[in-house]
Design a protein around this ligand. Sequence first.
Ligand code: SF4
Ligand code: SF4
Length: 239
Amino acid sequence: MPGKSFFIDTTLCTACRGCQVACKQWHDLPAEKTSNRGTYQNPADLSFMTYKLVRFEEVVTGGKLKWLFFPDQCRHCIEPPCEMAADDRKAIFKDSATGAVIYTANTKKLDAQEIVDSCPYNVPRAAKDGTLAKCDMCIDRVENGLLPACVKTCPTGAMNFGDRDEMLSMARKRLSVVKKSQSKAQLLDADYVRVIYLVAEKPSLYHNFAVASNTAFDISRKVALKRLFKPLTDLTAVL
Ligand code: SF4
Ligand code: SF4
């Protein structure tokens, strides 16, 4: 399959948050006012001005306390439910060369809640005026032959980016190595998304939305069907 992909190896992530800061710096996004919530995860969640967030979880596994880190962002779904829900290519579209899912200022005209609800990974966030935002794959950098800012800054090799086939092959090779010492290791939704995570523990321990609650493909179909029947609903409303 053509286009680009990320491979994010959470077993190499040290939660330095360099990717989080690089994302803000490249997109000129302001810092957020936060409070001490008894965790190093900061800010508390993704937002209109935070496209990338390293999630922290403390778990007890095999009788030992373990920290799990998950650099969360848009997955750039192969068949994006948000794009289908929008049904307006001037607001949300898929870049043909990379597969990046891009949101424009025209998202302001969409039903923000409908788009948020369509995302199986709970990613898009709305500003007060209804404009939606999320990771854009650093499309301006990628189009100019550069790596996304978060990948470029990662010091451990946790964040990788390149042609999709190359990233899938890298992910599968790394999985076979990690599985030798960590039997629960797995790739998350690799066939459905362009951001492929490798996790060593049960996905729900990292984050509620680490995997799609249903498969992204099934959700895409549901959204497409909903859109198909929308005119009938509208007609009923008129009658
Ligand atoms: S690809 Fe760019 S926009 Fe997306 S999380 Fe990384 S730095 Fe942020
Ligand atoms: S992860 Fe969510 S916001 Fe990103 S492309 Fe998929 S549906 Fe859209």
